[in-house]
Write a protein that binds this ligand. Structure first.
Ligand SMILES: *Cc1c(COP(=O)(O)O)cnc(C)c1O
Length: 427
């Protein structure tokens, strides 16, 4: 662990990158702007030891934002990719591997009888919503403020004021008409959900059952079950976006953990084991509305890509009951250590198996408004302090820490030590 790092090579690459890639990156959060510094360029990683191009080493708590539940370059995942690649990288035709992955997912995830694979979570949630609209013959989608379902036009909507509000575009380029078909409600607010379902002809309510894109904000007791009851009552479909929670909080995701079964499930991240794969699934009668059986169009040149499917299968097969026990223990150790490091500072440490969030706030966070009210500037300064001490935590207070099976007690200890030192500097 070093206290002062050199970043000459990262800086040089960033300058070059900024001439050919907007902001120097291919996805905004990587630019590290929200913690007020320039990005680190990665050279290589194994397990959770990450090396940047300047030779600095970090304990990695980002793990590529979720896919790497076994850490980087797991030998069995790499072998699966290498073996598969020698037989060809893509055929645009069916393979045995994709059938195996679909069977494995259907075996694990309660709501999934059939699934359709895509290359990104964005595509999967976009297609799940198309299917829900076709199945119900309705337009409106209800989503929660602060939830992320990929950069689908209609879901890039912000809430206005009020309980359940018609969306307004949260990005230029999104048509007001696309955002207007989305109604935004606050997370954990049952009355707002009820109002939205009463006032609109709702095709689907889409939720991250364990929202982790505003920091981790778990559902309150009974909330998911009430979403299930209400959507049924109003003839709307319930979609769980388990792109993060899937295969992480439990073998069958949040739906297994909560006992609440949605109509459609969106999956990604861990599903592709570090390569681009995602999917949406549900019961046969819904999924067979998709072409070529049904009339709802959905397709992809690289969907079910053999390399991604092989990586996903190897990843899932390593996830046995013992793995979830270890993941849960590591998560608890990290959360407990960070809580102790924070001492009596106004910091909320929230966790669920495989996920941890720190909110710099004196009261618990129950929705997006609360998450925004946290002191994100202080988080940024603290996070820069962690980086300087060899700990790579998510460079944004709205992103969860991703605990993996490659995190050992020593990684937790080094992280807690760095955390305490970084808190000291904050005062
Ligand atoms: C990451 C994420 C997505 C989008 O997946 P991409 O593969 O980045 O398109 C969708 N939903 C949730 C909950 C996510 O965390």
């Amino acid at each position: 662990m070093t206290a002062s790092l050199t970043d000459a090579k990262s800086a040089e690459l960033f300058a070059r990158a900024a001439r050919v890639l907007p902001g120097g990156v291919n996805s905004p959060v990587r630019a590290m702007r929200s913690i007020g510094r320039d990005p680190i360029f990665v050279e290589r990683a194994a397990g959770v030891d990450l090396l940047d191009v300047d030779g600095n080493r970090y304990v990695d708590w980002v793990c590529s934002w979720g896919p790497l539940i076994h850490g980087h370059a797991h030998p069995e995942v790499l072998a699966a990719i290498q073996d598969t690649a020698t037989a060809g990288t893509t055929f645009g035709a069916p393979t045995a591997l994709e059938v195996e992955l679909a069977e494995e997912v259907a075996r694990r995830v309660p709501s999934v009888e059939m699934l359709r694979m895509t290359s990104s979570g964005t595509e999967a949630s976009m297609s799940a919503i198309r299917l829900a609209r076709a199945a119900t013959g309705r337009d409106v989608v209800v989503k929660f403020a602060g939830a992320y379902h990929g950069h689908v036009d209609g879901l890039l909507a912000d809430a206005g004021s009020g309980l359940a509000t018609q969306g307004i575009p949260s990005s230029p380029g999104v048509l007001p008409s696309a955002a207007a078909a989305t109604v935004i409600v606050p997370w954990n607010d049952f009355d707002a959900v009820e109002a939205a379902l009463r006032e609109h002809e709702v095709a689907a309510l889409i939720a991250e059952p364990y929202p982790a894109n505003m920091g981790l904000v778990p559902p309150e007791e009974g909330f998911l079950a009430r979403l299930r009851e209400l959507t049924e009552e109003h003839g709307a479909l319930l979609i769980f976006d388990e792109v993060i929670s899937g295969f992480r909080v439990a073998p069958g995701g949040a739906q297994e953990l909560s006992g609440v079964t949605p109509d459609l499930t969106v999956m990604g991240k861990i599903l592709g084991g570090g390569l681009p794969a995602a999917a949406f699934g549900g019961p046969r009668e819904l999924l067979e509305r998709l072409a070529p059986v049904g009339d709802v169009y959905q397709a992809g040149t690289l969907s079910g890509n053999p390399l991604a499917v092989a990586a996903g299968l190897a990843t899932l097969r390593l996830l046995d009951d013992d793995a979830y026990l270890r993941l849960s223990e590591t998560t608890t150790a990290l959360a407990t250590g960070l809580r102790e490091a924070a001492g009596d500072r106004p910091v909320q440490v929230v966790s669920e198996t495989g996920l941890v969030t720190l909110f710099f706030r004196d009261r618990p966070v129950r929705d997006y408004a609360d998450a925004r009210d946290a002191d994100h500037e202080a988080y940024g300064a603290w996070c820069r302090g962690l980086l300087a001490r060899g700990v790579y935590a998510p460079p944004s207070g709205y992103e969860a820490w991703f605990v993996s099976l490659a995190h050992e007690p020593d990684h937790v200890a080094r992280t807690v030590e760095a955390a305490a030192a970084a808190f000291e500097v904050l005062g």
